[in-house]
Design a protein around this ligand. Sequence first.
Ligand SMILES: [Cu+2]
Length: 204
Amino acid sequence: MPVERYLLADAANPTAPRQWPISFVAMEFVFNGGLFVDHAPAANEIVPCDTLEYVEFTNTGGGMMWMAHSTHMHGRSFQILSRANINGNAANYAGVSAGFNDTGWKDTIMIWPGKRVRLLVRWSKFAGDFAYHCHLLEHEDMGMMRTIRIEACPLLGDINGDGIVDATDLTFLFSAWGTPNADLNGDGTTDSADLSVILSGRTM
Ligand SMILES: [Cu+2]
């Protein structure tokens, strides 16, 4: 079955990739400028739920220690948009994207020295903290791991905004029946389709 391709044009940030560069700081390899801090994402590691985004990793900061980093993202599969050489050595990597290597779903990608890798990933519908890290044990043990925080999706049926879909939302819906006032599915009126939204408790 062919893989449904994500399109850059469908990303929420098609011209401004989220950037988590690999660098070498105080004799440690790090992502996004710093070592792992439990449950403390940087501002650019807080992401919207259920949203397709464009993400870029670069591996140019090795100093004397050029290494490839097998980069793994928890809880998500992503697609590779492109790989580019940004400090020469293109001939050494001519075969990296050969064949089907970059065409399938990935949860891990090898990011070679001097490479820029661009991905498309749809963040989960489920809020919470997820790790991304280098899969080389020495590197992840030294802190080459970071947190992605997925923000909560709005609860579509939470009409009164108290954070839960419950009987008060039902009461409001029935009081608004036949009017646009509790039109959750955008068809212009409040009806059984909107009731279904509430009863499913589903998120957007
Ligand atoms: Cu590494």
